[in-house]
Design a protein around this ligand. Structure first.
Ligand code: NOJ
Ligand code: CA
Length: 553
């Protein structure tokens, strides 16, 4: 029996200082770092953990920092990099390209000194095919680790056990690969180099509990959980039977609603509860909002946050974002907390999606989206570079390296106007967007009308306002092209008006149903020095958003 000595932070583990309290993951602003692309510290052209440490001042701790509260770092574990780290060969170490465990400890200590939490990316659905577990598993049918992965016999005609398809169908259509040595297929809904673990096996569960504790004991503040919605496959496949997908052949990948999956998430929540202040955010690619919120658990006993990807797919328009917000607000269980995100490493960047062929329009819209992201009720996740309006970069065909062509949204962070963007002294692993000549942190830091200054301003507003951090949400009636809402707490009232039209729109104050007196514009997505526009109406410029204070305090 192991005595639990892990409650709280062990003395030797650094605690976040000057940061938010236990509710940091609800009230804070979170930021995703793609470590290969953030900052290279040794000139090999690949970003690394020391590089992130060097850039922490950009994120928090100084008056001119962005002001975020935590970073999620995409995988930095030893990996053959078939999927750039989402193919893990050792869950409790750091890939030499990214540094060492000592570099991780130093990053954590430096981050905590600035009040920044660190969220580690856990990849439990599959390992790398180079993980020693898989080497053992594939060595023979009787190997003790055989059952750690999902093996199944071919159909009588030799074809794969069922009709499941791989997500990376450019590389391979079937989610199964035949292993000639042992005469069975193994399951891999991603690359053949990413065999799926068998989560019905209690030893796999035990091994991962050890992995969770390894990072928690080191002081990590939480986990982003890769493919959190599909780890546990239907039992008949896990047991090696070769029936069809129980839901018929229209499901092309394993289903995401296995009850045992929710049981697994509950055990992880219990484990995290042994520690202070830790959290999980799951990658749940579940499009039905009612089913997405199942991942919070019926009693708020599963994930702390389930990524809400609905904004990533929302067409531009007030109604589109209003509907998605209202839906999430309606379905989220009591006590559970929403979250929002505009971009990540698997999707085109926000300003490029919104551009419709005109990147300056994309950036104007990006400003509006930033105001929405940072004023809604829910944890905002910012993707690195979003704070300067980074766009997808053009990638010459011969430089494409990702299996699914996600290179344009993964290019090096644009720190300055130099050719390698201040990212590296060597040759960057992906081309730098030539826009870095004008779109970069250094230039934007000095410019009060820049995207960076807007993000900083909005994050500061959020931090200073209990209503924005944790107040209620209420849609307000407004003209068609305007998404309007109030955030309220204990008498503090903030109102946000977002004009999704590319023409000016007057918003009659009477229509909003808010008292006309004491109204003040606190922030606008328009460059500062704006005009006084409050009379019987509030005049919104094209693509403009404003944050209002209702009490004029
Ligand atoms: C989701 C990750 O975000 C993506 O980058 C990766 O390719 C797949 N999961 C497989 O791990
Ligand atoms: Ca490096």
């Amino acid at each position: 029996m192991i005595v639990n000595a892990r409650r709280g932070y062990p003395d030797e583990v650094s605690r976040p200082r000057g940061g938010l309290g236990p509710e940091w993951w609800r009230e804070g602003v979170l930021y995703q770092v793609y470590p290969r692309s953030y900052q290279d510290s040794n000139g090999d052209g690949i970003g690394d953990l020391r590089g992130i440490t060097q850039r922490l001042d950009h994120l928090a701790g100084r008056d001119d920092s962005l002001g975020i509260d935590g970073i999620w770092i995409s995988p930095f574990f030893p990996s053959p990099m078939a999927d750039f780290g989402y193919d893990v060969a050792d869950y409790t170490d750091v890939d030499p390209r990214f540094g060492t465990l000592a570099d991780f400890d130093e990053l954590l200590a430096q981050a905590h000194a600035r009040g920044i939490r660190i969220i580690v990316d856990l990849v439990p659905n599959h390992t790398s095919d180079q993980h020693p577990w898989f080497a053992e598993s594939r060595s023979s049918r009787t190997n003790p680790k055989r059952d750690w992965y999902v093996w199944a016999d071919p159909k009588p005609d030799g074809s794969p056990p069922n009709a499941w398809r791989s997500v990376f169908n450019r590389v391979k259509k079937e989610a199964w690969t035949f292993d000639a040595t042992t005469g069975q297929y193994y399951l891999h809904p991603f690359l053949p180099q990413q065999p799926d673990l068998n989560w019905w096996n209690p030893e796999v569960r035990k091994a991962f509990e050890g992995i969770l504790r390894f990072w928690l004991d080191r002081g990590a503040d939480g986990f982003r959980i890769d493919v959190a919605h599909k780890t546990v496959k239907p039992r008949d496949i896990g047991a090696g039977l070769f029936g069809e997908n129980p839901r018929g052949t229209r499901d092309f990948t394993p289903p995401a609603d296995e009850p045992e999956l929710h049981a697994l998430l509950r055990t992880w929540r219990k484990l995290l509860n042994e520690y202070d202040d830790r959290m999980t955010v799951g990658e749940c690619v579940v499009l039905d909002p009612d089913r997405l919120v199942d991942f919070y658990g019926a009693d708020n006993d599963e994930l702390h946050l389930a990524f809400n990807f609905h904004f990533l797919r929302a067409p531009w328009g007030a109604q589109s974002f209003r509907d998605r917000t209202e839906t999430f607000e309606r379905v989220i269980p009591n006590g559970a907390w929403p979250d929002y995100t505009l971009s990540n490493h698997d999707n085109p960047r926000a300003v490029s999606r919104y551009a419709g062929g005109d990147i300056s329009r994309g950036r104007r819209r990006g400003r509006l989206a930033a105001m929405m992201l940072l004023t809604l009720r829910g944890t905002p996740f910012i993707y690195y570079g979003e704070e300067i309006g980074m766009a997808d970069a053009p990638i010459p065909a011969k430089r494409i390296v990702d299996v699914a062509g996600r290179d344009p949204e993964r290019t090096p962070m644009q720190w300055d106007a130099s050719p390698a963007a201040g990212f590296t002294t060597g040759d960057p692993w992906l081309p730098v967007n030539p826009e870095t000549a004008t779109i970069n942190v250094e230039a934007q830091r000095r410019d009060p009308s820049s995207m960076f200054s807007l993000y900083r301003r909005l994050i500061a507003e959020r931090r200073a306002s209990p209503a924005l951090r944790r107040g209620s949400y209420r849609t307000l009636p407004a003209p068609n092209d305007v998404f309007a809402y109030a955030r309220e707490l204990d008498g503090e009232r903030r109102v946000v008006l977002l004009n999704f039209a590319d023409r000016a729109v007057p918003v009659p104050i009477a229509k909003l149903g808010i008292p006309p007196d004491g109204l003040r514009i606190d922030a606008s997505t328009e460059p500062p020095g704006g005009h006084e526009r409050i009379g019987k109406t509030i005049e919104l410029a094209p693509d403009e958003g404003v944050l209002l204070d209702l009490d004029g305090s």
